[in-house]
Ligand binder design. Structure first.
Ligand SMILES: Cc1ncc(COP(=O)(O)O)c(C=O)c1O
Length: 413
């Protein structure tokens, strides 16, 4: 007689648990991630802990100075920082995160920890102004680092720039301000073959839009001031990646140079980030509609937006980001500088201000130094660059505002 094998019960569908990111969708993790209810009061949200220091253990000499997350002193760790770090690390599918007072504090901390005198760095020639300046002057003069600015979309040029001393390749996933798109996987392969680290500033592409670590990046950098906070009222920055790299950043620059985020700002960013997936989808959809409107208007000389079918970066963007392509649109208006100033000042909903990822739409018409502008797509060199950072207003209102200001500045179409 043959025995019948025991029946295996049908697998239970995995049950979501708000404390376990592996069981949650992006939307649910955005709500619950990193939140720690308060044992003292029973408050269901982590309170703002405005304390410089924490009670020491009964035997203070037993403190482990290498535990970078121990609650001792707020420059190095704090209750609100820890919750935010936990949320961000899992959102990016990294092991650890370190949060700082601003995006630049985070970016500086990463490079300060990774680089030594004599090291060589390959940097995208289109990156946020202050990052560009960090690599153009501060790191070479203060740290003796050699820097090559390269068109990051030219993978062969990046490969050709590698030297035996190359330790770092740095790019923005979508470059600020001309919106070129970096091929993270190709850059990771080049960096790793050279024994270097790939850092990706993903400020324009927060999760779930992109997770650079999934594409081979070693560290992700964010200005939390932008989409994570999302309401234009707090500043912050983050570095996310493997435990050992993030530990190096905390035990190094975070401890010795400072740059700690205030508990209040960490709490604001935590609260703002609850709606990140909802806001981001809406902002990307509105950006697509606005980009299409501008691209069809004969008064506009050029529009850069990776969601446009004829954008040179569209295919790569679609492969890396899926159906959303970011909330920033850059465009060029032909004619005089005065005409562009008139256009910006005639807007009635859109505010003229730097920054992005806020609830309100912001527009920035800036003069770029020639050495930076030389790297931009050609129409921006000829006609200047206007950066539009889409907020949460309706696409109809934004398009009406832009159309009316175009008529004021350039005449009817
Ligand atoms: C791509 C990018 N990275 C970093 C930063 C710097 O962030 P923060 O202003 O929070 O220091 C900015 C600021 O605009 C940015 O656009």
């Amino acid at each position: 007689m043959t025995s019948t094998p025991p029946r295996t019960p049908a697998a239970e569908p995995s049950r979501p648990d708000k404390n376990d990111h592996r069981t949650l969708t992006d939307e649910s993790w955005a709500v619950h991630g990193g939140n720690r209810p308060d044992d003292t009061t029973g408050a269901i949200r982590t309170p703002i802990v405005m304390a410089n220091s924490y009670r020491l253990p009964e035997d203070p000499t037993a403190l482990d100075d290498h535990d970078v997350d121990a609650l001792v002193y707020t420059r190095e760790s704090g209750a609100n920082q820890l919750g935010l770090q936990d949320k961000l690390a899992r959102s990016e599918r990294g092991e650890s995160a370190a949060v700082f007072a601003t995006g630049m504090a985070a970016i500086h901390a990463a490079f300060f920890a990774l680089l030594n005198p004599g090291d060589h760095v390959i940097v995208s020639n289109v990156v946020y102004m202050r990052t560009w300046e960090l690599f153009a002057s501060l790191l070479p003069t203060k740290l003796g680092v050699d820097v090559d600015f390269v068109d990051i979309t030219d993978v062969e040029a990046v490969r050709a720039a590698v030297r035996p001393t190359t330790r770092l390749v740095h790019t923005e996933a979508i470059g600020n301000p001309d919106l070129r798109v970096a091929d993270i996987r190709a850059l990771a392969d080049i960096a790793h073959a050279a024994g270097a680290v790939l850092t990706v500033d993903s400020t324009f592409t927060p999760p779930p839009l992109l997770r650079p670590l999934d594409h081979g990046a070693d560290l992700v950098l964010h200005s939390l001031t932008k989409y994570f906070n999302g309401h234009g009222d707090a500043m912050g920055g983050a570095v996310i990646g493997a435990d050992d790299l993030v530990h190096q950043i905390k035990a190094g620059p975070m401890h010795h140079v400072g740059g700690a985020i205030s508990p209040f700002n960490a709490w604001l960013i935590m609260r703002g980030s609850i709606t990140l997936p909802l806001r981001l989808r809406r902002q990307c959809e509105t950006a697509q509609a606005v980009a299409e409107f501008l691209a069809e208007d004969p008064r506009v000389a050029h529009v850069a937006y990776p969601g446009l079918a004829d954008d040179p970066h569209h295919a790569l963007a679609a492969a890396q980001f899926g159906d959303l392509h970011g909330g920033v649109v850059s465009f060029a208006l032909p004619g005089t500088h005065e005409r562009r100033v008139r256009f910006v000042n005639d807007l009635r909903i859109i505010t003229s201000a730097v920054s992005l990822g806020h609830d309100e739409t912001l527009i920035a018409y800036e003069q770029y130094p020639p050495e930076r502008a030389a790297a931009f797509a050609a129409p921006f060199q000829e006609h200047g660059l206007i950066r539009l950072a889409i907020g949460l207003e309706s696409a109809d209102d934004l398009i009406a505002d832009l159309g009316a200001a175009l008529t004021t500045a350039c005449g009817s179409r």
